[in-house]
Write a protein of this length. Structure first.
Length: 327
């Protein structure tokens, strides 16, 4: 067994990069996300380890059940009438559970993690929905029904609540208008004891964006050409490059994948129009998917945690991130 003097002599030649990954991970895990992002460029090894740390924080985020992502999308004139939308988590391409399941966390990240590139290219995908998170619907038992009996079981299966999965926003343009405006607000909220009551709110983006007539017309034509009747377009497009997004800001922190359809049969449509003359038109925008930069998402949640006195500086991402078949 080596003596304390021999260990000290041997340790004189050791540096930071000679430490095992277990110790480096514990050291880096003490840093908040902002510091981690600044540290990732030190070396390739640090970048791989930081990817693992951030990935672990994403998986542990399922415990934060009192935080959700909300979206507001409406014309500025409907600010006080349009309800906000809760967003269900779909996934984060590039940060799957495969990395966590390929070996001990002490091992250096493999090629799959190294190929993920910078954190700025990672986006978390959400589906806007009008239903409340974890709705609890209480229904009276029908006359003559006995709770817990076979009849009650069948009745409960038949009377399952109807869930509206499609979120649409109707927009209109007059003949003289080249664009219309939509206000977008995406925020992390800490839900309270009842709907509409938030204990804390941290905005990711709050901006009014112009939607041009030409863009709407092009998207409507593309929708008409590719009408196939598929209802699972969001799931099919989850891993596709985000090159056809309606970006809310120039930094591409938040984007929406929308399906644009022209609304036919306006009563005020003229019978005869000039060839190059624009006319009043209406469109229906189906909000299929909300994409948020994972980096800005984590920073917003971390800022909210620190503001409310929770956590120890480590970022956690809210939402239902439970991985299927992970048990």
């Amino acid at each position: 067994m080596a003596s304390l003097h021999e260990i000290r002599i041997t340790g004189d030649d050791l540096g930071l990069f000679d430490l095992p990954n277990e110790i480096l991970i514990h050291m880096l895990d003490l840093l908040p996300t902002q510091s981690l992002l600044q540290t990732r460029s030190v070396c390739h090894r640090f970048q791989n380890l930081i990817i693992r740390i951030v990935h672990g924080r994403l998986l542990r985020a399922a415990t934060l059940t009192d935080r959700k992502l909300i979206l507001e999308c409406y014309h500025p004139s409907a600010q006080y009438t349009e309800p906000y939308l809760y967003c269900d988590y779909l996934g984060t391409p590039g940060l799957s559970d495969e990395i966590e399941g390929q070996g001990r966390i002490s091992e250096v990240a493999d090629d799959q993690a190294a190929k993920q590139g910078t954190f700025g290219r990672l986006y978390s995908h959400f589906r806007p929905t009008r239903k409340d998170p974890d709705p609890k619907i209480h229904r009276p038992h029908p006359a003559g029904d006995v709770p817990g009996s076979r009849t009650s079981e069948v009745a409960n299966r038949i009377r399952e609540p109807f869930e509206r999965n499609t979120v649409t926003q109707n927009v209109s343009l007059e003949a003289h208008e080249l664009f219309m405006q939509l206000r977008f607000l995406v925020a992390v909220v800490q839900t309270g004891p009842r709907r509409g009551f938030f204990l804390s709110v941290e905005n990711i983006i709050d901006k009014t964006q112009r939607i041009f007539r030409n863009w709407l017309a092009e998207k409507a034509k593309a929708t008409e050409k590719h009408m196939t009747g598929a209802s699972d377009s969001v799931a099919n497009e989850l891993g596709r490059e985000a090159d056809d997004m309606l970006w809310v800001d120039q930094d591409k922190k938040v984007g929406l994948r929308v399906r644009v359809e022209e609304r036919k049969g306006r009563k005020d449509s003229p019978i005869l129009v000039y060839k190059d003359e624009d006319q009043a038109i209406s469109y229906s925008l189906e909000l299929e998917e909300l994409i948020v930069s994972t980096t800005h998402l984590m920073l917003a949640v971390e800022k909210q945690l620190l503001a409310t006195g929770e956590g120890n500086g480590q970022a956690m991402v809210f939402g239902n991130f439970a991985i299927p078949n992970a048990q």
